[in-house]
Design a protein around this ligand. Structure first.
Ligand code: IPE
Length: 251
């Protein structure tokens, strides 16, 4: 049973202050991870005030690249620092966490399609480790480097590892409807398009529309939940919103 969980960057950092960890929040999530014995667990974390701050300083996004090695190393370095914080808090609790840096492993081709080899992660899981990946920069054909988000990594890993469950620990308790109530289950984008917005341009909910679309394309069921529900998710529950597309659109 392979489980992938993403810790949102806004949950584990103070998003308004550059390079600032939310240590108390990270401690609580690390407690939840250490408390449940999940067989094959992969953790991915976002960038929050580490990655996004440095990426925007250098004008680098998922689509706008840079061929400046200094910019690439700066953004990557900020994410490695955050990754070390996450690893340290997990180690403090006896979780056998090991780092995987996507910049050293993944690429984007000229069509912006992400390729993330999974042999490394699979072998780590087989040896009893908990691989911890993070949003990063990746070499992008024709662009230099661009940002790869933790969400993209989760989607790619879910396919590559044929994962059984995917969870997103975010600042909100799930996908919210127009009255801010949690939508329990989504199996069709059209049914929630009105509350999520039709495109990323109108997406003011931290990428929720794009996230829901991507997750509906996965064969793996995905849950979106708040920080307090990580333990419930890892214990096998489905807190927050369950997104079940049921078929793998990309094969
Ligand atoms: C961003 O990762 C990584 C960089 C900006 C380098 P995410 O996009 O997954 O981060 P959060 O979760 O939104 O903060």
């Amino acid at each position: 049973m392979t489980t992938i969980v993403k810790l949102g960057g806004s949950v584990i950092t103070e998003k308004d202050r550059a390079d600032t960890l939310d240590g108390a929040a990270l401690d609580r999530l690390a407690d939840a991870i250490a408390a449940v014995d999940v067989d094959d667990l992969v953790v991915v974390h976002g960038g929050g005030s580490f990655g996004h701050h440095h990426a925007s300083e250098h004008g680098v996004s998922k689509t706008a690249g840079s061929d400046d090695a200094g910019a690439a190393v700066d953004i990557h370095g900020a994410m490695k620092t955050l990754n070390e914080f996450v690893l340290a808090r997990l180690h403090d609790r006896g979780v056998p966490a090991v780092p995987v840096h996507p910049f050293s492993a993944a690429t984007r081709d000229a069509d912006a399609t992400l390729a993330l080899p999974t042999a490394q992660v699979e072998t780590m899981l087989g040896e009893g480790f908990v691989p911890v990946l993070h949003g990063d920069v990746v070499a992008h054909a024709g662009e230099g480097v661009t940002v790869v988000s933790g969400d993209e990594l989760v989607v790619s890993l879910a396919r590559g590892l044929d994962a059984d469950r995917v969870g997103f620990c975010s600042t909100v308790p799930g996908v919210l409807d127009a009255d801010d109530a949690v939508v329990e289950r989504i199996d069709d984008y059209d049914a929630v398009a009105d509350v999520l917005g039709e495109s990323d341009a109108t997406d003011v909910t931290g990428g929720m529309a794009g996230k829901v679309r991507a997750l509906l394309g996965l064969a793996t069921p995905a849950s979106v939940f708040g920080p307090d529900a990580l333990g419930a998710f890892l214990s096998g529950g489905t807190p927050g919103t369950l997104i079940e597309g049921g078929a793998d659109a990309d094969g």
